[in-house]
Design a protein. Sequence first.
Length: 254
Amino acid sequence: MARIITLHPADQVRGRHSEGDAHDGSSPPAGVAKPVLLVNMPFAYLFRPALTLTLLKGLLLERHIPAQLLYSNLHFAELIGPELYFDLSTETPDKFTFAAEWLFSGALFEQSASDQERYVNEILRSTSVPEALIRGVIGARPKVAAFLDGCLQQVLAMRPAAVVFTTALQQQFPALALAKRIKAASPSTLIALAGVDWEGAMAAEVVRRFSFVDAGIAGEPEMVVPDLIQRYFAGRRFDHLQGVSTPGNVDQKA
């Protein structure tokens, strides 16, 4: 199963506040737990913590919003093997094939067997990627659906009110693939994707093309996500926040 990280110094914040604490009107009411799940999808680095999500967890807990961090990338590395995962997550420009994204593309778009063959023959085999890696990628693709289904069941069991994904290091398609499943199974769950590589038109275009994304955040997530979540829980609008694209404002950014 994917790893759930619950230990954080800010975890103790909730225990130091009573139900009589004052709120500013945008915080969740005292005693009402509306958990947020922060998901680290493939292909985040294996040997580094998810610093952005760790910061977000602390910032949310400071606002009395329960938050958990889910390292789904570790589970996928176990499924396909850490060596293959490491190779895909550290591609160099001379071998850049987007194989990590391609593994999850079938979970987002309809693809025929010929589509898959064309990618392998025209992209993978057109680079200096060794044949052993190509065989590994082909063998890993059938494992994606079961991985996503397992992640979905884990997320649903936790019953989060909001799920936040980071979108860096070829996490785009893996995050979108799981987000699609979550929204289909739990339409009321807020889906937000955030990352520094979503500057410019990227965030708006993703929201425009994938209707299950409620918020696409360009820039540093820790500067925006806590306010967005707090406003969402209070029933207040958040589409005016800096760098936030939503289905309601995306056409204004065309």
